[in-house]
Design a protein around this ligand. Structure first.
Ligand code: SF4
Length: 479
């Protein structure tokens, strides 16, 4: 890794980080898992609007065909239960040990799927399924079987569908692995976070590394061909040495993908995080940035490709290949392949995406279940995109996924004349150009290797909704 000075250098090799530039530009901002960001969703987008959006989406062509081929579906199922709270957690979870809670929740999911299918074209193929949480492996083997049957009975799941789940290695019995095999699992994401025992004690998540090793081996044995491991930097008591040991541990498992998340300290939203402040255990900003630099360098040395934001993949993995073939997309799980599918999400707080809309389900179980019992889709809020939103979404997502705007290609494929229609936005990039973060010429805009950790800072310049002062407490830092 090279730590460059902030002079104009645009041909830096992969793995290059400039910490001065990161310090200068890393302001809080959206992560662009959607555009506009979920903070812009409003309550006037209701269940009736959702049903209309499903009907409209049935007739939208796939971007790849440009014709009238049915648009595929990517299904996400949110399973919110966890046995105990990890104190760093920012997710929407329900802490319980009662497995019966999941039976009632599966009833809810079945109702939600039935209400969706009233309007959904049954010929639309499902090319992706992802189980997220919470802890999907909170479900017993029988409950996993029930969910699999529910999805396959109601949807046309393609034979080559990507089927993935977030796995907690602390809760993965052999009968659950067998049920995941019947489910068709071929992708898995293990929550590791850190393998150091004192860090694990501090975050209230004790997980001996032997559990990670065992989970990885058993999942590979049932046909998981792409294994992702989740890590977090900036956790309490984490040091350069402990993070280096964690990286050694996880790299020995040869995962196809790695996610390196920045710990988001938001105690006003997640009060359990206050304990880290009370105990004085959190690394300071400079130490946290050094941890990021250490991990980034180690992953580059190990041959992983920086996909963007927190995601790394081996060069042969589909995620790394998709970056160069236009198949990469951002959605609410981060970066994903199979761009062009509509995301239909089920469960508490789940967010769905059609070509023209976003919608999010209720976040409390009472409100979610209440809507379903009343026979309504459990939509809490959403957004119908304007034509202007859609143009800006195209620009933001190309920056996030392809790291460039090719003006001629955009005009040809979407009719957007970037130079004419977004002249003020392009002019606003002058500081980023001067610092070597982007290259801008008559052909287009390109984010350089130095700019790679600041992708979303570039995207923010095209965000009509972004106001730094208003968003400081709603979004995390860019790095
Ligand atoms: S297992 Fe995951 S979702 Fe559950 S509390 Fe821990 S971090 Fe949060």
């Amino acid at each position: 890794m090279i730590l460059a000075s902030p002079s104009i250098r645009t041909s830096a090799p992969p793995g290059t980080l400039n910490l001065d530039l990161i310090r200068k530009y890393a302001i809080p901002g959206p992560r662009y898992t959607s555009y506009p960001a979920a903070t812009e969703f409003t309550a006037d987008f209701d269940a009736a609007a959702a049903l209309a959006a499903i009907v409209a989406d049935n007739t939208r062509p796939t971007p790849a065909s440009g014709a009238t081929a049915v648009r595929p579906l990517s299904l996400y199922v949110h399973l919110p239960f966890c046995e105990s709270l990890c104190w760093y957690c920012g997710c929407n979870t329900i802490i319980t040990r009662a497995r019966g809670a999941a039976d009632a929740y599966l009833d809810d999911l079945e109702r939600e799927i039935r209400l969706t299918l009233v309007r959904l074209d049954p010929a639309r193929p499902v090319t992706q399924i992802h189980l997220g949480g919470g802890t999907p492996t909170f479900l017993t083997a029988g409950q996993i079987d029930r969910l699999g049957t529910m999805l396959r009975r109601n949807f046309l799941v393609s034979a080559d569908a990507e089927i993935g789940a977030e796995i907690d290695p602390r809760h993965l019995a052999d009968d659950q692995v067998a049920a995941l095999a019947r489910f068709g699992l071929n992708r898995a994401s293990l929550g590791v976070q850190d393998t150091d025992a004192s860090v694990q004690l501090a975050i209230h998540r004790v997980q001996p590394h032997a559990l990670n090793v065992s989970a990885a081996a058993r999942l590979r044995a049932i046909g998981v061909t792409s294994l992702n491991l989740d890590l977090i930097y900036g956790l309490p008591l984490q040091t350069a040495d402990s993070l280096a040991r964690t990286l050694d541990d996880v790299l020995a498992l040869s995962p196809e993908r790695l996610s390196l998340f920045s710990y988001a300290h938001v105690p006003w939203l997640k009060p359990a995080q206050r304990i880290f402040e009370d105990r004085g255990q959190l690394p300071g900003p400079a130490q946290k940035l050094a941890l990021f630099a250490l991990a980034h360098a180690r992953l580059a040395d190990a041959g992983y490709v920086d996909i963007g934001l927190d995601h790394f993949a081996r060069p042969g993995d589909e995620l790394a290949r998709a970056r160069h073939t236009g198949g990469l997309q951002r959605n609410f799980q981060g970066y994903s392949t199979r761009a062009g599918a509509s995301l239909y999400s089920f469960g508490l707080s789940a967010i769905s995406t059609t070509t023209d809309t976003y919608r999010q389900n209720h976040k409390t179980l009472d409100a979610y279940r209440g809507a379903l019992v009343a026979g309504r889709l459990p939509v809490e809020r959403g957004l119908a995109l304007t034509d202007e939103d859609k143009c800006r979404r195209t620009l933001v997502m190309r920056i996030m996924c392809e790291r460039r705007l090719d003006f001629a290609a955009l005009a040809r494929e979407t009719g957007i004349d970037v130079a004419a229609d977004y002249a003020p936005e392009l002019a606003s990039l002058s500081d980023l150009v001067a610092d070597g973060i982007v290259v801008l010429d008559a052909q287009g805009l390109r984010v350089t290797e130095l700019g790679a950790p600041l992708l979303r800072v570039v995207a923010m310049r095209f965000d009509a909704h972004f106001a730094p002062a208003a968003t400081a407490r709603r979004h995390a830092l860019a790095v």
